[in-house]
Design a protein around this ligand. Structure first.
Ligand SMILES: N[C@@H](CCC(=O)N[C@@H](CS)C(=O)NCC(=O)O)C(=O)O
Length: 243
């Protein structure tokens, strides 16, 4: 039995983190037996980040390394794809995680109407003294990250042009139910949570409006929720396996 160390749900998603939802979906697509361990503070883990998958003899400390580990166990995480399509799927994952997700993070943390709700949901359970400074400390770190990677320096118009190209790119892959055909792959595990989290931003931002205005992407998010997310665990539920 594997243990998935994951952040708690937030904003209507099975975890606050798209990478944690991705790991849950990857484990299910691979048919693994696993159980969640809900974590508030990731500082004890190797990279101080989640998700982490604990195997009987190894810690897999990153969701993309998890894809490789599952493939090493004999699971095909890109079923039916030739070498070129596999490379393309990896590139779509990287684009989504390195750029579009940064747009999601910008919206969640730096747009005040989103931040107010995120703060309440993610940090609301902290003891009173910590609640006074931890949320603003983390927000300051995110502001610095957005400044350094450039997302926070764009005008809103340029940021939206940038992020819209990512959404166009993802939409261009959807001819069937999933990004690479009728069968979900690791690319869907990575991309669908990010889109779902843009849709569940708790305020009417330009990014959320842009996604919600795209029927093809919204239909894809709906399929992912039904077919990939519906069976994911929630804290407190008594559950032996998600497979
Ligand atoms: N490359 C990692 C990214 C994981 C990641 O960035 N996790 C974030 C949550 S979305 C995290 O744990 N952040 C805590 C921190 O940086 O302190 C993966 O694919 O697993």
């Amino acid at each position: 039995m594997l243990t998935l160390h994951t952040f708690y749900p937030a904003l209507g998603n099975h975890s606050a983190s798209p990478f944690c939802v991705k790991a849950m979906v990857l484990l299910n697509l691979a048919g693994m037996e696993w159980t969640p361990n809900w974590v508030q503070n990731p500082s004890k883990f190797a990279y101080k980040k989640l998700p982490v998958v604990e195997t009987p003899n190894f810690m897999v400390n990153d969701s993309n390394l998890l894809i490789d580990w599952l493939e090493e166990q004999g699971k095909d995480m890109f079923p039916g794809l030739d070498a070129k399509a596999r490379a393309t799927a990896r590139a779509v994952i990287r684009m989504t995680e390195q750029n579009l997700t940064e747009g999601l993070v910008y919206n969640r943390w730096l747009i005040d109407d989103c931040w107010t709700v995120l703060n309440r949901q993610v940090f609301g359970g902290l003891p009173a003294p910590l609640k006074l400074f931890v949320p603003n400390m983390v927000r300051k770190t995110i502001r610095q990250r957005m400044d350094l990677n450039g997302m926070g320096r764009f005008s809103e118009e340029d940021r939206m042009t940038y992020l819209s190209r990512d959404l166009d790119t993802i939409a261009a892959f959807i001819d069937d139910a999933f990004l690479f055909g009728t069968t979900p792959t690791a690319a869907d595990a990575a991309v669908a949570p990010v889109l779902s989290m843009i849709d569940t931003l708790p305020a009417d931002t330009a990014l959320r409006r842009r996604l919600r205005g795209d029927d093809k992407l919204m239909a894809y998010v709906g399929r992912a929720r039904e077919q990939l997310f519906a069976q994911l665990p929630v804290p407190g539920a008594n559950r032996a396996s998600a497979a």
